[in-house]
Design a protein around this ligand. Structure first.
Ligand SMILES: Nc1ncnc2c1ncn2[C@@H]1O[C@H](COP(=O)(O)OP(=O)(O)OP(=O)(O)O)[C@@H](O)[C@H]1O
Ligand SMILES: Nc1ncnc2c1ncn2[C@@H]1O[C@H](COP(=O)(O)OP(=O)(O)OP(=O)(O)O)[C@@H](O)[C@H]1O
Ligand SMILES: [Mg+2]
Ligand SMILES: [Mg+2]
Lengths: 259, 259
């Protein structure tokens, strides 16, 4: 059964896109098939995997607003096992464009479940969310089985966590009763930094087993990879960032397959 | 004359809040009076300056939605020369709450200009924007004289710059003809990192004089300061981060007073 995972955190710059891209790559290396849906008007997941952002192509905006079948907006990438539904800046007016639509929170869920979606061919659908708790992120939370939360080991990032958990509870109560937290992954972690260690300790205290054992270290190769339009697993297979994301993919599958 | 500056960039985590707080502190040290308006539902500027986020207090949400005079929502901080209009998560529904209001893009501008705003007592009004190009950021761009853009020296951050410039042009054409770019400040810059040097070179090539000479280095003391609810200028006056933000405040005033 295809599992849908939303990668979400309203705090900006915590590693949502980087985790969505490199977890997808790690899962593909382990033989899984992945559809990555870019739900952020910035379109970073689209370009980070080497796709052009073109106004002529169909994107997730067309799927949500014009009921274009998901299949028609899906693009192949040059990475085996990963397909992408791209995003462009059109998406930034989605809140306003969809306001009159009563089913506005369910559009992505319906698109993934429609007969023409053909999503059963994927083991996983990974959704990269924008840095906000707006209608797009709510759509992802309604459509998803679970939420993967990248958590930067910084003060402002920890501050936002309680609000994120509150929103998840609200979506679970109003629209998606089975929604659960897949896990929390510490990102851009610098072991030499006291604050980072304290944030990690706080997170494990409060959230326990939800926090993955795998920690993604700050590693410049990770931030260089998108400028070469590829996951760090391809860009520098021997880097610390690659090792961490491969480890995360393994741990993710162990948790998935245990359930 | 009071100058209003919006600190904006839809890319998440690039240092908007950190720059809004520490530039305000730098200007206050140089004898200027500053009103910092937190326009981000995350409320990071509010807590970063030591204020509580309480549902009982008046916030920028009440100013925009219930026409509460700005003065009534303004709070003192323990830092001389800096007052704050706080934000809470109520603000995250602003797009939807304001949709029916025809003047929805002008609400902040009108609040700053209203007779009960009493803004003439401030030399500068600094607005911390959320990581998106939604109605809140548009309100800031309509209300501001100019936009200060923090630019992280990373690939995804550079990718978003052209979209930001496009939105600024659109606001200038539709609602605020005098809107200009105050400047672009490189943030979290790591001189040892090739990508960072390349992004800086690209930015200076494309944007020339708009890019401040001052570069803010990545400095752990900067990210520790908010957990002690103070600007880095107070938290660690001898740090590299403090030196950079003091330098930025000087350069900012030189540009301001030259015009
Ligand atoms: N482990 C890491 N080490 C070094 N740099 C990283 C790491 N993870 C992410 N980055 C870089 O940090 C920046 C922020 O990451 P990213 O864009 O993935 O975050 P995001 O949460 O998707 O941001 P947004 O909120 O804008 O969508 C990017 O420039 C990225 O390349
Ligand atoms: N010069 C710096 N050196 C080290 N860390 C920094 C620096 N500037 C900012 N930070 C840290 O990086 C993170 C992102 O910065 P900040 O929250 O100010 O960005 P932002 O653009 O306001 O984010 P958002 O898009 O979520 O509003 C914060 O945890 C902050 O403490
Ligand atoms: Mg992203
Ligand atoms: Mg911020």
């Amino acid at each position: 059964m295809t599992k849908t995972i939303a990668v979400a955190n309203q705090k900006g710059g915590v590693g949502k896109t980087t985790t969505a891209i490199n977890l997808s790559a790690g899962l593909a290396e382990l033989g899984r098939t992945v559809l990555l849906i870019d739900l952020d008007p910035q379109g970073n997941a689209t370009t980070g995997l080497g796709l052009e952002k073109s106004d002529d192509d169909l994107t997730i905006y067309d799927v949500l607003l014009s009921e274009v079948p998901l299949r028609e907006a899906t693009k192949l990438t040059s990475f085996e096992g990963i397909e992408v539904v791209p995003a462009t800046t059109d998406l930034s007016s989605a809140d306003i464009d969809l306001i009159a639509n009563e089913k506005r929170s369910f559009l992505l869920r319906d698109a993934l479940r429609g007969p023409a979606a053909a999503t059963s061919q994927y083991d996983y659908i990974i959704i990269d969310c924008p840095p906000s708790l707006n209608l797009l992120t709510v759509n992802a939370m309604v459509a998803a089985h679970s939420i993967l939360v990248p958590l930067q080991s910084e003060f402002f990032a920890l501050e936002g966590l309680s609000q994120l958990m509150k929103t998840i509870r609200e979506v679970r109560e109003s629209a998606n009763p089975d929604l659960r937290i897949e896990g929390i992954v510490m990102t851009m972690h610098d072991v030499r930094n006291n604050l980072a260690q304290q944030v990690e300790a706080d997170a494990r205290n409060v959230l326990g087993e939800l926090v993955y054992k795998t920690i993604v270290p700050r590693n410049v190769r990770v931030s260089e990879a998108p400028s070469f339009a590829m996951p760090v697993l391809e860009y520098d297979p021997k880097s610390k960032g690659t090792r961490a994301y491969r480890q995360l993919a393994k741990e993710f599958l162990e948790k998935q397959e245990k359930v």
